[in-house]
Write a new protein. Structure first.
Length: 168
């Protein structure tokens, strides 16, 4: 029974994390960019939404790591050494999944804790000065957008790998 509970929690956390990210990227951000004027007000709103979603997304990442480790070690009996040296259908897919999870976490951390604060700080300075948004800020925002899109693709890859892990 604990196995089924952990699987359900793992799937729900994945749905909230990946689904929430896709909602932001495909609905909220494009709508705000189109409908909110002047653009600095839209940037501010996007930042507020991102900051509100951040604790949710990092909580889901933590839940996914904990439930994933439980499922790997307790239910599937795959140790860390098996993960590094093991072979077989399941372990090969698990290795790929763990690698993509590491990439997703690195991309999210870069987006949330490096580029995000940098963009927010420079945007506030530009708005306080009353001038146009500097090209540097626009470039940083584009990098953030690319990281977010790449992480969305990585999230889909992780879900596909999870589906392939099911034993035939």
């Amino acid at each position: 029974m604990l196995y089924q509970i952990m699987v359900v929690i793992h799937i729900l956390a994945s749905v909230i994390l990946v689904g929430g990210g896709f909602l932001l990227g495909t609905v909220a951000v494009p709508t705000i960019r189109k409908e909110v004027t002047p653009p600095p007000a839209g940037f501010k709103l996007i930042g507020q939404i991102g900051r509100r979603f951040r604790p949710i997304s990092w909580t889901m990442i933590g839940i996914l790591v904990v439930t994933g480790l439980y499922l790997m070690m307790d239910h599937w009996s795959v140790s860390f050494s098996d993960l590094l040296t093991g072979d077989g259908h399941f372990v090969r897919y698990l290795q790929a999944k763990v690698g993509f999870v590491g990439l997703a976490i690195a991309l999210a951390a870069t987006h949330d804790f490096i580029l995000g604060p940098r963009v927010a700080e420079r945007m506030q300075k530009a708005l306080a000065a009353g001038g146009p948004i500097p090209q540097e800020v626009i470039g940083l925002r584009m990098r953030m957008l690319m990281l977010a899109r790449l992480n969305g693709v990585v999230g889909i890859i992780i879900i596909v790998i999870a589906g392939l892990m099911i034993r035939p």
